[in-house]
Design a protein around this ligand. Structure first.
Ligand SMILES: NC(=O)C1=CN([C@@H]2O[C@H](COP(=O)(O)OP(=O)(O)OC[C@H]3O[C@@H](n4cnc5c(N)ncnc54)[C@H](O)[C@@H]3O)[C@@H](O)[C@H]2O)C=CC1
Ligand SMILES: O=C(CO)COP(=O)(O)O
Length: 333
């Protein structure tokens, strides 16, 4: 039986541990908060992150990192992307050699522009074939209720991807594998920026045409940047690309979408953050993606607009006006 550790007992770490337990994997969930861990262990609940859900009996929960990592074949990490490096660094000597480290996170690190699997590999000194990322249309609350969905397990190593896929496959969760790690991670991080943008237009009261336009042109710029970074074109029309954009940009469960809609309704960024429960990665990742795109010489107008609106540097209406009045061009260039 595969043994797994999931680090980070927020909405996604807890849900992913539940998926693993339902898939028959021997899973231990590590969290820093004693009360949360006790509630998961004793009451099979995490009301703060996934209210109303009874977790499977198979999840062990602990605040003891050594206990969580002992003998793990798979180590999955779900903490806020901008803090991941600092959170996981102390565990370097405890990750079993040969384990596959999996990023469940959807962000790009500010300053370094590193993808989260790169952070795991660097901090834990892992070879590329022991690193993977999971990304797709995976709103935690729906999955915790065992609603059907699919996801993508990406790794340059087919065996590593298959190990992770097998450890999570169940009657409601279908993992596909993909060797385009760069593309899959870029999609997961960048869709959060686009979801903030869609949220803003929702908050302004615009309808489905606007949503579809931002999603579609958002996908065009994600694809443009991804291809410049060496990704495969097919990844962007897949589950991690179009699939996750649809889920996140359409759902009120999305924290990025929710945060954007508060901004569109005229709230400040601080107000929007405090009204949005949980981690909205798009806020910091927007600047990281913008810098990454500048370095690659790629035009990312929606991301630029989101960065400007998040910084409060111009009224949202004028940023949208500027986007619409850019010089006309061919759709397919
Ligand atoms: N919630 C969702 O539907 C999904 C989230 N993700 C990604 O998963 C990542 C985590 O998101 P969520 O679990 O939703 O966020 P969350 O805000 O629900 O939970 C974050 C967790 O990280 C923990 N944490 C923060 N600082 C810590 C520290 N210093 N040491 C230990 N733990 C610490 C918090 O206590 C919390 O339990 C993000 O990158 C997000 O984009 C990916 C797919 C779905
Ligand atoms: O990644 C997600 C769905 O796939 C969750 O989106 P939010 O982080 O915006 O809630």
């Amino acid at each position: 039986m595969t043994r797994a550790a999931v680090l980070g007992a927020g909405a996604w770490g807890t849900t992913y541990a539940a998926v693993m337990a339902d898939a028959g994997t021997d899973v231990t969930l590590w969290g820093r908060d004693d009360a949360v861990v006790r509630s998961i262990r004793d009451d099979r609940r995490h009301e703060g992150a996934i209210p109303g859900v009874e977790l499977p009996a198979g999840i062990r929960a602990t605040t003891d990192i050594e206990e969580a990592l002992a003998g793990a074949d798979v180590v999955a990490v779900a903490v806020p992307a901008q803090h991941a490096r600092q959170i996981i660094a102390p565990f370097a000597g405890l990750v079993p050699s040969g384990a596959v480290a999996v990023s469940l996170m959807k962000g790009i690190e500010l300053g370094t522009h590193a993808r989260m699997s790169e952070v795991l590999a660097e901090v834990w000194d892992l070879p590329a074939e022991r690193v993977a990322a999971v990304s797709g249309p995976n709103l935690a609350k729906e999955i915790a209720q065992r609603q059907p969905t699919a996801t993508v397990v990406a790794s340059v190593d087919a065996e590593a991807a298959e190990l992770v896929a097998a450890a999570t496959a169940s009657s409601y969760f279908r993992p596909y594998t993909n060797d385009d790690l760069v593309g899959v991670e870029l999609c997961g991080a960048y869709k959060n920026v686009i979801a903030v943008g869609v949220g803003i237009t929702d908050g302004l009261g615009f309808g489905n045409n606007t949503t579809a336009t931002v999603i579609t042109r958002g996908l065009a710029e994600i694809t443009r940047l991804g291809l410049a970074l060496g990704s495969r074109p097919e990844t962007f029309s897949g589950l991690a690309g179009m699939g996750d954009l649809i889920a996140t940009c359409a759902s009120p469960l999305s924290r990025n979408h929710t945060l954007g809609s508060h901004l569109g309704q005229g709230r400040t960024l601080d107000e929007a953050i405090s009204l949005t429960r949980g981690t909205a990665e798009g806020v910091k990742t927007a600047s990281a993606v913008q810098e990454l795109a500048r370095g690659a010489g790629v035009d990312v107008p929606i991301c630029d607009g989101v960065v400007t609106m998040l910084a409060g540097e111009a009224p949202v209406e004028s940023v949208i006006g500027a986007l619409l009045s850019r010089p006309r061009k061919s759709e397919v260039d």
